[in-house]
Design a binder for this molecule. Sequence first.
Ligand code: PMP
Length: 315
Amino acid sequence: MKSNEDGTFSNGALVPFGTVQIEPHSSVLNYGQGLFEGMKAYRRADGEVQLFRPKENAMRMQVGAERLLMVAPSIEQFVDAVKQVVSANKRWVPPHGKGSLYIRPLLFGSGSVMGLAPAPQCTFLIYTNPICNVYKGRTSPLSLLIHDTIPRAFSGGTGGVKNIGNYSPIFQVTKEAKGKGFSDVLFLDAKEHKYVEEVSSCNAFIVKGNVISTSPTLGTILPGITRNSIIQLARDLGYQVEERKFSVHELLEADEVFCTGTAVGISEVGSATYSNQRVDFNLGANTVTQKLYELITGIQTGLLEDKNGWVVKID
Ligand code: PMP
């Protein structure tokens, strides 16, 4: 789907997976004017296929588009296009409990732009890919390396939106960390290198007693849809949930640490290493993490009642 001169989108079309033609002087190739979203389609036990909070992805893309001076599809256009793509790929949605179909909506500046300027036209496209959770969840806890020099985002930048340019600058540190056996990198704030921000593609939570804390989304942290859902579910379960700044030292003293995201689901953290010191956290069947994992996974896969009206079925 491409935006027209009046800033609206033309009707798109379903086409087989293949290459995309793009102008060499498009703003996405030259200046990184692009956004993406990550979503999943889940198969219920009765065989039906459903999405989880797709409107939230549409709204987040609109916020990102405003930041990057792009035209985003309307919420209805976005959700309708995702439904069409999933419907056409239903057979690729794995059986209930065996993973999900990953959906990647993209919005980027296309059309010709010669100077340093936003694109005259935007392209919105969606592709899919069947995957399991990126991390293995409770059976394989994450080992995080806490990076105290290179931040993921800085105040006034684009950390709070899903700009394609947010990800390549952290390839180097995440590759190094994975080479040393860590599952991922946890980033700290850019100013004091002290406060916990997030992991490369997921939000971080700590649990201490009955209190669950996660960093506030004040422009440098992506407002994760899983994060928002977990905050609500945890409050419904009676936990005190705080969105506040917390230091790396507070994380190291937590009972439990977990990460949330569409790709990773909810993944427990087994250990965090900071300044060459490794700290291990509580794991297992009786943890808060496990309770929340079962709750959100149950809603996403149709095993538990969707009290909040979060799931959207595919015809
Ligand atoms: N933080 C970052 C940097 C991410 O890329 C993602 C994945 N979209 C998240 C957090 C989690 O967001 P969500 O729960 O919406 O997938």
